[in-house]
Each structure stands twice: as structure tokens, then as C-alpha cells.
Ligand binder design. Sequence first.
Ligand code: ZN
Length: 346
Amino acid sequence: MDSRAHLMELPTRVLIGEGVINQLGNFIKGSAGRKRVVVASGPRVHSKVRSLVEASVKARIDWVDVDAPDMTNVRRVMGRAAGAGCVVGIGGGKSVDVGKLAAFRKNLDFYSVPTSASHDGISSPFASIRGLDRPYSAKARPPVGILADVEVISSAPQRLLSAGCGDLVSKLTAVKDWQLAHRVTGEYYGGYAASLALMSAHVVVDGSRRIGRFDREGVRRLVEALISSGVAAGIAGSSRPCSGSEHLFSHYLDLVAPGVGLHGDKCGLGTIMMANLHRIDWRGVRDALLNVHSPVTAEGVGLGEDEVVEALVRASTIRPDRYTILSHRKLDRKAAESLASSTGVI
Ligand code: ZN
């Protein structure tokens, strides 16, 4: 096979709009048929959504409560997969990630039904699961279909939507890192996937005031941008256009300060600093994050100054195969402190 060949995997159908949750039954019919449907959903998915799903899906539903994005939950979903027509993940990040990996391992179609818009995992081929052999996302397959009900997502807590904006601005530095790696190591670079990821970031950077109102129109723009960002990863065949040094920074913090801060918030913080290292407009990133009510300081995310500095120094070690500005510049403690303080993060 051509060594430069790579596989592009994309969602087949996306249904987005207000009240579309009522159409879930029809949406998944091609995969479900008359078979049972396994639905992974979180405890926060309230009863109203559950009853709408039950009214719409005619097939028998096997609800699996997902309480953490870990392998125990993935195995629980896999345990129900025999004889099922498809897996549906309904909820914030956890249920979608767990359902996606379980469906992939059981070779079943997966449908993503986000109830918040906090990261681009709603459409990407990757799943963030704890307890795997590495602290970053695992490759799975993109959802066959994504059903995004703007009415449901608009009622999510605002901090989750702000986090989605943080995950989107991070494409600015992820793409810079990808270009750098291409120059230095000769790694494959896909201009189309990169442009698509950048367009998603610019939805937030250029329209932050509009999105920051988080009304239905703002939420719709946010969700569409998150979906196309995940699609960019599908086109690239890797997480490269969506995940660079700012994501390594966030993943490192997941290890040293588990449970502190949302993924998108930590990525947003990382983007401010990595943008400075890449000499792009880090102040513009910071202003956009402020407009969408995202934290721009370590304290705002709940992190200590030391944790941020350590993450800047050590983040590149958790994924040595991913060449980024942090591998290029190799910050020592002093340089890391200076970067974090000059950008106002600490
Ligand atoms: Zn992300």
C-alpha cells in the first residue's frame, strides 16, 4: 500500500435543529431495524429527554447508565451489544465517548446525540476514555449519525457551552503544530482538513460576542462548528487538526490534577500560551474566550500555578510521537513560568 495512503471516515448523516430529538426513531431506523437499541446515557440526562426518546424509538431500548468515561462503563455497554442493532450515546461527553468506543469494539453502528456542546468528540473518530494505556484519546470510528437538538443543547449549563468554545479555539494552535511537524519531521499534512479545523476555530474567534449570548442561534453555530471540527479529524485520519500542544497540556493536567476543570477550559488556557509560543495573536484568543465566558487564568479553571508550569514543562513527554511547539522549544521551568505569567494565565 502507498505509505502516504490514509483512510477518511466521516459521519453519514447529521440532523440538527430545534426539537429534532423527536425524530430519533426514524434517524436510527436504518441500523436498528426491529432489533434492540442500546442507549448509553448519563445520570444528568433528565427524564424529559428520556421520555422523548422512548416515544420516538419504536424498537426495544436497553438503557445503560454511564457514570464515568472509563473501561468499566465501556465493557458494560459492550456486554449488552449482542443482538443489538446499534448503540446510541445520549448525553454530554462521557456517554458519547463510552458508547462510541463500545460500538467500535463490537462493530456496531454508533449514533451520537449530544445534550451539551462541550467538545468535538460529538462527531470525531476518537474517544476519551480513562484506563487505557495512554492519557489521550483512543481511535475508534466516527458516529454513523449525529442528531443535535439545539433546544436540548441550549438548556445545558452555560459552562459546558463555554468549554466547547475553548475546544474550538484550540484548533488554531493544533494546526500550527501540525504545520510545524510537517516542516520539521516530514509528517503528512492535509491542507483541506487543516482549513476545515481552522474555520471551526474562527466561528468562535470571529463571532465570540454573538456566540457568547448562547441563545439558540449562538448554540447552533457552536454545535455546527464542533461537528465540522470532528469531521476534520475524520478527513485527516488522525486527531492532528484538532489536537496539538494545547491538548497535550490539557491531557497532562488530567494526570496531575484529575477531575479539575473541563477539557475545553484547559485546552482554551493552553491555546492562549501556545499561541504566544507560535507568535500568533494570543491576545485575540484570550479576548474571544472572555467573550464566551471561558476562564483565562489557572485560578479560573481551579488549577494551581505550579500545576500549570509543570504541565508546560512536561506535557510533550506523554506523547513523544506527536511533534509540537513544546517538543520544538523544550521549555524549562523558568521559561514556562515566564510564558504563563506574560499571558496572564498565572
Ligand atoms: Zn478536544
